[in-house]
Design a protein around this ligand. Structure first.
Ligand SMILES: NC(=O)c1ccc[n+]([C@@H]2O[C@H](COP(=O)([O-])OP(=O)(O)OC[C@H]3O[C@@H](n4cnc5c(N)ncnc54)[C@H](O)[C@@H]3O)[C@@H](O)[C@H]2O)c1
Length: 380
């Protein structure tokens, strides 16, 4: 009989739903070595936690996260709360011997992230950070094509993550709906929230980033704080653009903003190599654009690969060729890989230490913007 694995979820918001959905779906589509049981959900408002438990079939609910971490019955702690709570919960969970899946960014800042790495490594507990975009099949396929050498030497890596939801000065900061605008809850603005994804994917595909030169801007300097009811200075970066060098000699160019009118979640990357180029767009996430210079010149051009064939990453587990999957499936793939590796005693990438490398880049980006100078990235 498959061993039961008891899951405790902390945070029932956006990510709480994606993680819960992944646990529901994974056993139907993947041959996983465990039977995940949704034991307990924790969130701030009791009525909401109760309703979430009923809807997503958790056996119980609590409003104090310590109860999840201290529950001997719980095997895996899923951390889906605002960034300022990641470190405290993850460190307590590690000390309690739990397997941990923590949402990104790993922490508010580098010192917290280093403490978290120390805690999981000392406790020897399996750990994962939810940089889910790596597990979108087209993004995984892009990595495969690079690893196979199809692009040859890489010259350029370019990524954008563009949104437009904070343009109005009436959007408040702080509180449950807009904690992302409050520096104390978020740690940073678009750098930790959006660019962290781009940096994680970029380093996974193209290797370490060595140094950065950044600029940030906070377009609206003061906003009403939901918790105090007062107009307070805004501490986060609304927009961030940075250049960087990769260890392999290629140049990077990254941009993120919440002020790009018309864009909701336009995450794109393009990689230019000696032999070929690749481009991807989250709004069309099941497609990969590919240009191969070795094609005959009369048919050479950008092709759009529909990533649905069964020999493409993860796609043998879903429908039939030609039928695409979506955003939520990356989280199902994440859980499937995590549980498979857990059974085999193997780490799952990106673990806390790998996410620390992304935190170092984010930190260097913010320091560079502040000092108006190139900044060397610390090595993990
Ligand atoms: N991987 C991704 O693509 C992705 C996408 C969105 C968010 N995130 C990350 O996920 C985390 C959560 O973001 P979200 O969008 O789900 O936020 P959210 O605001 O939708 O949900 C936050 C949840 O945290 C709970 N919470 C807050 N304080 C708490 C406390 N003290 N104790 C227990 N529960 C508490 C709230 O009740 C709420 O359920 C953040 O770290 C964010 O950066 C990752």
């Amino acid at each position: 009989m498959t061993k039961k694995l008891n899951i405790g979820l902390i945070g029932y918001g956006f990510m709480g739903r994606t993680h819960s959905n992944a646990y529901h779906k994974v056993k139907h589509f993947f041959d996983i070595p465990y039977d995940p049981v949704l034991q307990v959900v924790c969130g701030l408002v009791e009525e909401e936690a109760k309703a979430f438990a009923e809807k997503w079939e958790y056996k119980s609910y609590v409003t104090d996260w310590h109860k999840v971490v201290e529950d001997e019955n719980i095997d895996v702690v899923e951390i889906c709360v605002p960034n300022n709570l990641h470190a405290e919960i993850a460190i307590a969970a590690a000390r309690a011997g739990k397997t941990i899946c923590c949402e990104k960014p790993l922490a508010l800042n580098v010192p917290q992230a280093e403490e978290m790495v120390k805690a999981v490594e000392e406790a020897g507990v399996p750990n994962l950070v939810s940089f889910n975009y790596r597990r979108v099949p087209a993004v995984t396929l892009a990595k495969q094509l690079i690893d196979e050498g199809r692009l040859g030497k890489i010259f350029h890596y370019r990524a954008n993550f563009l949104q437009d939801w904070t343009i109005s000065a009436n959007v408040p900061q702080g509180g449950m709906a807009t904690w992302r605008l409050d520096i104390k809850a978020a740690g940073s603005g678009v750098t930790g929230d959006l660019l962290a994804h781009c940096i994680d994917t970029a380093m996974w595909q193209n290797g370490p980033i060595t140094d950065v030169c950044a600029m940030t801007e906070t377009f609206i300097k003061e906003r009403m704080h939901t918790e105090t009811g007062k107009v307070e200075p805004v501490g986060i970066d609304d927009a961030c653009t940075f250049f960087c060098h990769f260890d392999n000699g290629s140049l990077g160019n990254f941009e993120s903003t919440r002020y790009a009118r018309g864009h909701k979640a336009l995450y794109t990357f393009e990689i230019n190599g000696e032999k070929a180029s690749i481009a991807w767009d989250l709004h069309d996430l099941h497609r990969l654009s590919y240009f191969d210079h070795s094609d005959d010149s009369i048919v050479r051009g950008w092709r759009s690969i529909h990533v649905t064939d069964s020999d493409m990453p993860y796609m043998d587990k879903w429908w039939v060729p030609g039928l695409q999957i979506g955003y939520e499936h990356a989280f199902v793939h994440q859980v499937a890989d995590f549980l498979q590796n857990l059974a085999e005693g193997k780490p799952t990438s990106p673990d806390f230490r790998e996410a620390l490398a992304t935190q170092y880049v984010c930190d260097a980006v913010l320091t560079s913007a502040k000092n108006k100078k190139w900044e060397t990235v610390k090595k993990p």
